[in-house]
Design a protein around this ligand. Structure first.
Ligand SMILES: [Zn+2]
Length: 679
């Protein structure tokens, strides 16, 4: 992106974010999910980091909270109520940690306090001579609203501080007002019973309840307050001590907080929390990590308007914004053409997503989607990510309209539209896109042998438009599979591993995998041995696919007829296969995706064909294994037991019972010297 383009994008983003912010913070209307909004803010933040000269004081990144409504008395915060910067990944956390290390004096002890990041409403409480005197919302960080009467209805807020210590005249405490999920459901049930519209999330209800003009309504909502910061200096040396003092003063504090020393511990807590998040009684959207030493925290100061010594380590968002780079059309097993959005890869719900099915042309029309659009993708629950909304105000004018193709992209047959006018399909019964059997064969025994991948997963991948032909398998990412119903993180890891473990494949199996008509496993081996004599090999016996394409295109029936056992049917089939452009294109794709083929061992001698050897006693000139190998390399077999079928028993020094048995059965007995002569 050039600076000029960045400037344009920044302006568009600011306008869009401001629109949502005003609706949410001032009008209490949620037009977009917090996560999608965060995603826009993050993009803006990153762009401004890249071009700091483009930062202006009115940028949403330079602001905290929203304007107070007229109805409440305004309250000035002596110490501004700041918000935290966000981290969305381990990389973001490492960056933060690295920046801290540069600023922390060498001798200082750097440890962290980790707390749940509540998804509620931040509140300041002022106690005068130990009595609750003034409660206010954050507002814009400097000026909030006086909601004292409403806060008094919340039982977890003490009206008088416990007198366990000598207190200064003024004590200020900060924390979060929350609504439990259970209470949220109860309120929504009531709303439904009254025929009123439902609330979007517990946080909205908590915010709305605190900012009620009638305290009776607030009281009916059973809100909870968790304290997490003590602004007044009561002698705490660490943030952890602040929590202990808060508890001592009579506040509800969270019991699951942890003090840790390393980033690894933070990652572990974050992962754990993400797993139990859904089961917690209230909503959280991440982990707050704060430098535990209060003096150190103060000395680190602020960056922009957020403290340097603390960060909100958010959970992977379930909604993000991204850009639709292209819309491609996949042809399914039944011939249905499905448009698929190719996305700028983004992490959503913990997995990186780079494509998303758009189902059909009606869906695209409904979304109003154009190629190049900025969109919101959502992954609700464990389902496949979907494009749920287009943000048309971010358009530059270069976006392109998408049209369903009139011809099948695979076989070029003219497409037909189903009666409903929604489903477009390829009518060609022989369309290669329909040949899922080829795919089953490709991954199966004797071919690529991808463990755990069978028709079931192949069908699923085809149906979801994740693969079109076998070469697409090598493009799959764990995230593409993990989001499919019934495929968890573990099984998607296994599937990706099975695919990648088989990128190097013996030439014979490679040829067999291609579904060349009449070419069975045995003939594939013979063909491989023949072709590889005409192909250059690298030191590690790798053969290049582009040579195979070249060689294949020049093959003739007469030439192939030289291969023993190759009749006219099979030679013709091989020649035709390599002449077909679709096939050579497929080979090119495999090469481009890193598939490499290995030369197979040349033909073993047939000297010992049909002969079975048994060894007994010690051999002087070779080990038992070398002797066995010598037999196998000559087409013979080695057995542990003597029977009437045994051809030779080779007797070394101190032979065992096999020797007697051979004598009894009348099997031919030879010495080591005689065996060596045979070799
Ligand atoms: Zn077709």
């Amino acid at each position: 992106m050039t600076k000029e383009e960045a400037k344009k994008r920044i302006e568009l983003l600011r306008r869009e974010i401001e629109k949502y912010r005003y609706a949410y913070h001032v009008l209490d209307q949620s037009l977009i999910s917090d996560e999608a909004l965060d995603s826009l803010k993050k993009e803006l933040f990153d762009l401004e980091q890249q071009y700091p000269e483009l930062i202006t004081p009115d940028s949403p990144t330079q602001r905290v909270g929203g304007k107070p409504l007229k109805f409440f008395k305004k309250v000035r915060h002596e110490v501004p109520m700041i918000s935290l910067n966000d981290a969305f990944s381990q990389d973001d956390m490492r960056d933060w940690y690295e920046r801290l290390l540069k600023l922390v004096p060498e001798k200082a002890r750097l440890d962290f306090y980790c707390e749940h990041k509540f998804d509620g409403l931040a509140i300041s409480l002022i106690y005068k001579n130990g009595i609750f005197n003034l409660g206010s919302t954050r507002g814009d960080g400097k000026i909030g609203e006086d909601v004292t009467q409403n806060l008094k209805t919340i039982e977890s807020i003490p009206l008088r501080l416990r007198e366990t210590r000598v207190l200064p005249e003024i004590v200020e405490v900060r924390g979060e007002v929350l609504l439990t999920k259970k209470e949220f459901e109860r309120i929504n049930r009531e709303q439904a019973a009254k025929g009123l519209s439902l609330y979007a999330n517990p946080r909205n209800v908590a915010a709305g309840s605190v900012r009620q003009l009638d305290p009776q309504v607030t009281a009916s909502r059973h809100l909870v307050f968790y304290a997490y910061d003590l602004i007044t200096d009561l002698g705490a040396k660490t943030h952890e001590e602040k929590h202990l003092i808060l508890k001592d003063l009579g506040f509800k504090t969270h019991t699951d907080n942890k003090r840790v020393k390393t980033l690894e511990e933070i990652f572990e807590i974050h992962d754990q929390l993400a797993k139990i998040r859904e089961r917690l009684p209230y909503e959280i959207d991440g982990l707050v990590v704060i430098v535990n030493d209060n003096k150190l925290f103060e000395s680190l100061g602020t960056v922009g308007k957020a403290p340097r010594g603390a960060i909100a380590y958010k959970f992977p968002p379930k909604e993000v914004t991204t850009i639709v780079k292209d819309i491609v059309v996949q042809v399914g097993r039944t011939g249905v053409l499905t448009p698929v959005a190719i996305l700028e890869p983004k992490e959503v719900g913990g997995v990186v997503v780079s494509r998303s099915t758009l189902h059909n042309k009606e869906e695209i029309k409904k979304l109003g989607l154009k190629i190049g659009d900025t969109v919101i993708i959502s992954r609700a629950g464990d389902v496949i990510p979907q494009v749920i909304k287009v943000l048309p105000h971010l358009r530059t004018g270069k976006e392109k309209e998408f049209k369903m193709p009139q011809f099948c992209p695979i076989c070029h047959a003219k497409t037909v539209v189903d009666k409903g006018g929604i489903i477009v399909r390829c009518p060609n019964k022989k369309c290669p896109a329909r040949f899922e059997e080829k795919l089953y064969h490709f991954v199966g025994k004797g071919a690529f042998e991808m463990k755990g991948i069978g028709p079931k997963i192949i069908n699923r991948l085809l149906d979801e438009g994740l693969i079109q032909d076998a070469s697409d398998l090598f493009d799959l990412k764990e995230g593409d599979i993990a989001v499919l119903e019934r495929y968890g993180e573990k099984s998607s890891q296994n599937i990706i591993k099975a695919i990648n473990d088989n990128k190097k494949i013996p030439f014979s199996r490679f040829l067999y995998s291609l579904s060349i008509p009449h070419l069975g496993e045995k003939n594939a081996l013979l063909l491989a041995r023949y072709l590889q004599t005409k192909m250059p090999q690298t030191q590690d016996a790798t053969l290049r696919i582009d040579y195979l394409i070249k060689l294949g295109s020049s093959l003739t029936v007469n030439e192939l007829a030289q291969i023993k056992d190759f009749g006219p049917v099979i030679t013709e089939a091989i020649v035709q296969w390599f002449q077909d452009k679709t096939n050579t294109e497929f080979l090119k794709k495999l090469a481009a995706k890193g598939v490499s083929i290995l030369a197979v061992p040349n033909e073993v001698s047939k000297q010992f064909q049909g002969l079975t050897f048994v060894f007994t006693g010690e051999l002087k000139t070779m080990t038992r294994d070398q002797a066995k190998e010598a037999v196998i390399n000559r087409g013979g077999e080695v057995s542990e037991n003597v029977s009437k079928k045994t051809s030779f028993v080779v007797v070394g020094e101190n032979p065992g019972s096999k020797y007697q048995k051979a004598q009894k059965l009348g099997v031919q007995i030879i010495s080591e010297t005689e065996f060596l002569k045979m070799l």
